[in-house]
Design a protein. Structure first.
Length: 197
């Protein structure tokens, strides 16, 4: 029997010399080198796949000149949807708008809107019922409840949004009643107890 010749070769990962005693071919000097080499290969493959799928666009990286809505100064930002140059400008702008709304500069907007006649009718009904819930007798000043208009005959059962079919009620009573029809006797007793005509 002839003796097997020893082959010498360098490790693929760390370049150390490997003496191969047997016929099969070894690429790595140890299992650690083999593991590290496979990890690096996988990382390179994943990077290539990511680059092929997602190519970065220039839109997100180019800075744009934008005019501030409050101070009207030009500033540069990478976000195209940005309106204000700073948080202070944003706060000032919305404070001014709120003050304008409270003073009544937007009254023309409400007059031209389709909800204006309903808002007017709602206030008239609140005034008629002395700003008091007609079911439980609560008021927003004493009990801190929110007043809402309720239909005596609900719309689902042929009711109409007119003054004779509307009554003031708090949110709790309105949610509790839903679309229940009350009899005339019950309604009369409720109106007499609360002292409204």
């Amino acid at each position: 029997m002839k003796k097997q010749e020893k082959r010498r070769q360098n490790c693929v990962f760390c370049n150390k010399e490997i003496i191969q005693k047997y016929n099969y071919f070894r690429k790595y000097c140890s299992k650690e080198c083999e593991y590290n080499f496979n990890v690096e290969k996988r990382a390179e493959k994943n990077k290539k796949r990511y680059r092929e799928k997602i190519k970065p666009t220039k839109k997100f990286f180019q800075p744009i000149q934008i005019k501030c809505k409050n101070c009207k100064e030009i500033f540069i930002s990478k976000i195209p949807t940005k309106i204000f140059c700073s948080k202070e400008c944003c706060k000032e702008y919305y404070k001014d708008e709120y003050n304008k709304f409270m003073i009544g500069e937007y009254s023309e907007y409400f007059k031209n809107s389709k909800f204006y006649p309903f808002l007017k009718l709602r206030f008239e009904i609140f005034k008629r019922d002395n700003f008091q819930c007609q079911y439980c007798g609560r008021t927003p000043r004493k009990d801190k409840c929110k007043l809402v208009i309720d239909h005596i005959i609900p719309i689902s059962k042929g009711g109409v949004t007119k003054s004779f079919n509307l009554i003031t009620s708090c949110e709790a009573c309105n949610y509790g009643k839903k679309d229940i029809l009350l009899e005339e006797k019950q309604l009369n007793t409720i109106i007499i107890e609360n002292g409204t005509k």
